[in-house]
Design a protein around this ligand. Structure first.
Ligand SMILES: CC(C)(COP(=O)(O)OP(=O)(O)OC[C@H]1O[C@@H](n2cnc3c(N)ncnc32)[C@H](O)[C@@H]1OP(=O)(O)O)[C@@H](O)C(=O)NCCC(=O)NCCS
Length: 135
């Protein structure tokens, strides 16, 4: 996939971590779904995967990179979030997160975003701890 384009062979990659419905309350001034809402779905989805690798089940987002918004989301779209680990650090993980929207009216599945999120595993005091490399 090139920046901000989607070819016809493009398909979701990674584990399905979340699925939800885009609601009217999540719209921007244009009537489409607000980018911040989509970003928050991505952060939650990545965190669900990151928690699995944390010995305390706790992880925080420390950075977001390579973020792209490719297609808009309309109200009523079913938004699915996929995530996969692309780098294991010592206390951190880089997770590639994608969102896709399925439109029941046009019967189309479209890539909405992709981005790489870095999470750090933390202990009960918020201090970084070594991640579990095997789960
Ligand atoms: C994440 C946090 C616990 C890291 O604490 P820290 O004392 O800076 O820890 P360190 O410097 O030891 O770094 C820990 C890991 O994070 C990585 N890291 C730190 N800052 C980073 C950044 N900006 N980008 C990418 N990785 C980063 C380090 O490379 C290190 O990874 P490694 O152990 O795999 O090599 C601390 O910065 C924090 O609590 N940040 C706020 C997190 C948060 O609230 N997120 C939600 C925002 S609303």
């Amino acid at each position: 996939m090139k920046n901000n384009t989607q070819d016809k062979h493009d398909a979701p990659s990674g584990e399905l971590v979340m699925r939800t419905l885009a609601m009217p309350g999540d719209t921007n001034a244009n009537g489409d779904i607000f980018g911040g809402w989509v970003l928050s779905q991505m952060d939650l989805g990545g965190a669900i995967l990151a928690k699995i690798y944390s010995p305390y089940g706790r992880a925080v987002t420390v950075a977001i990179e390579s973020m792209a918004f490719i297609n808009p989301v309309k109200v009523g779209g079913v938004v699915s979030t996929y995530a996969k680990v692309v780098h294991f650090g010592n206390t951190s993980l880089k997770i590639e997160v994608e969102t896709w929207v399925y439109d029941h009216y046009t019967l189309e599945l479209k890539r909405v975003t992709n981005g790489v999120f870095t999470y750090v595993a933390i202990d009960d005091h918020g201090k970084p701890v070594a991640i579990k490399k095997k789960i």
